[in-house]
Design a protein around this ligand. Sequence first.
Ligand code: 1Q0
Length: 218
Amino acid sequence: MADSEGSVEQKFSLQEVLDTFKLCLSENKEVYLQHYVAGWRGLVKFLNSLGSVFGFISKDAVNKIQVLVSHLNGENGSQYVTVQSMVKYELDNELVDLTKRGGHPESGCRTLLRLHRALRWLELFLERLRTSTEDSKTSVMCADAYNESLAQHHPWVVRKAAGVAFCVLPGRQAFLEVMNVGPPEQVVAMLGEALPLISEVYQITEELYSQHNLLDLP
Ligand code: 1Q0
């Protein structure tokens, strides 16, 4: 099937996501927006392969990716090269709704914050997956990670829908297989490699947002 960019849709591979997260950090530890967004694209590809029950989640993620891409490709795109430069540019130019939603519902800052919170879920979930045993349930790992992170930012109805979706996740073995890495031990090894990267990107963004009081953007 061809995607919107006309290229042939490829299978998800964990390696590919790992590579994009590797590219995310600059030498002085700034986060490149382009690669951050590419990492999410890879994850959405994976989510789509799990079936239409996850459609409402992937739709929201795609919307957010698109908002960020349009900033990147817009006339002020050069201000959006890194998350650090985006925060500075949007704050300096009063382009962020800080306390209630208003004139800037699609600021880069508030849009990225939603993905940033989801990255914490990903980190917690993948760590559970990495240390899981054969009889562990992906639905439980996923729900526990969600309740510890993203759920705190979601209203009841979204939490309920997410809970339903988690129940139809493939079992651990099938889940590891669709990652297209190889046998379970290899997936576990690759997760061990991916997690510190994801975690570092998360920490750097978290600190930046915290310094600028941006962690509760409406
Ligand atoms: C594998 C199962 C995936 C489960 C994903 C867990 C996240 C559940 C989130 C459900 C909420 C989505 C509905 C929309 C919510 C929005 O209201 C909310 C706030 O935005 P706004 O504009 O209303 O203020 N949006 C969000 O919180 C953003 C949520 C983005 C979630 C993106 C999840 C992408 C998941 C990718 C699958 C990763 C699979 C991991 C294995 C891959 C190994 C590297």
